[in-house]
Design a protein. Sequence first.
Length: 189
Amino acid sequence: MIDRRDALAGIVAMFGSQLFAPIARAAGAASQQAFGVINTGPPTVQVFTPAQKAVMIALSDRVIPATDTPGAIAAEVPQYIEKLLADWSEPSDRVPIIAGLDAIEARSRADYKKGAAAVTPAQQDALLTLAMNDTIPGGAAFFEPFRQMVIVGYYTSEIGITQEREYLPVPGQYDGAFLYSKVNKVYSS
């Protein structure tokens, strides 16, 4: 069975040189087997205010929502993000994430008269789109690192590895005419 450490070490290639620095640090440490498991225990420092944490949780759920498989919340991605930022980031790495959450909160209050954690999923998607398109202050600096943390947190979690993906050490025989419509899950080895 693949574990988070192995998955994290292998994820570096997916993002290449654009990998968010704390993820790269954790992946480097995981590949050297120099540290313990990075997703256990409480964060060593408080990264988010309660309001920022609520927004981060809500937006994590919008990046990978629950469908026929569990989403980011069930995979404990918000806890992973908080632990990653607390224990594997420099203070300067946290600045765009915190500024982005604050900018999204301010835009939500201006546009919807509610905090970003309390608006509808469609409105949260619109707020994330504004960040992605860099139409809110610090949007681009926030969006890509945040998206990477959610994706890495999800696909290195037990849920991501065992329920979203199907682990087949030997995927079976080759069939060059296998219909794509018969593929249920992405195969991983």
